[in-house]
Write a protein that binds this ligand. Sequence first.
Ligand SMILES: C[S@@+](CC[C@H](N)C(=O)[O-])C[C@H]1O[C@@H](n2cnc3c(N)ncnc32)[C@H](O)[C@@H]1O
Length: 248
Amino acid sequence: MRSQELVLLLGKNESYLIKAGSDINTKSGIIRSKDLLKSKFGGKIKTHLGKEFLVAKPTILDLISKKFKRGAQVVLPKDIGMILAYTGIFPDSLVVDAGTGSGYMSIMIANFLPKGKVVTYEKDKRFSKIAKGNIKVSGLENVKLKEKDISKGISEKNVDIVTLDLQHPEKVVKHAYKSLKVGGWLVVYSPTIEEVIKVSKALRKYFSNIKTVENIVREWKTERTTRPHNVGLVHTGWLIFARKLTGS
Ligand SMILES: C[S@@+](CC[C@H](N)C(=O)[O-])C[C@H]1O[C@@H](n2cnc3c(N)ncnc32)[C@H](O)[C@@H]1O
């Protein structure tokens, strides 16, 4: 393990995302820096009280949940998973995204593009500052942030997927159509049904195969008895998928 490398320590009922290089106080005792620097990902390490932790490489979700700063409302993994699956994204896809907000969606998508990239537009400096910090923490080099208003136009051409999570997505539909390649997808994330209706009307002018979905995920308790949790986030938003079938 290199000094300053990000490490996830997974115990039975506790976890820590830390930079290797100094001693760590856990609820189950101290993990010495010298032991951590000698350890490898996938190996085990013990506290001074003999309690064991797994030394794991943090995933993008670990970084998001423990290290990212959050400004505007973010798109959650359940909805991002659906975008990846329903568009059949390629490892080298070019994706244009807006608004960046805290960068959760653009960073998550970029994480699945080893040979591709995400160009994300944000018009508000307060959010682009937060997103820049999160992009840095992610360590990804394939997310490019543009401090621009996407309703003024998209300069990228031959784009595989455009994702929109902003107010008035209907103002971006024509720009998205022009920038997409034939066969490409526009995906709009909308928190209200009023917005879904408005943007769907705009989409029908340019796009085909339009599909609106709501992804409801329920977690279940399985420890003592088996039943769904009675509290939890049920509704997030709707996803509208629209495919470009004609040349612009
Ligand atoms: C709900 S947030 C996006 C959250 C983001 N999808 C995430 O997962 O972190 C909406 C963002 O869109 C930005 N925005 C709104 N209209 C925009 C436009 N025309 N061009 C670029 N950004 C825009 C807002 O400033 C805000 O930061």
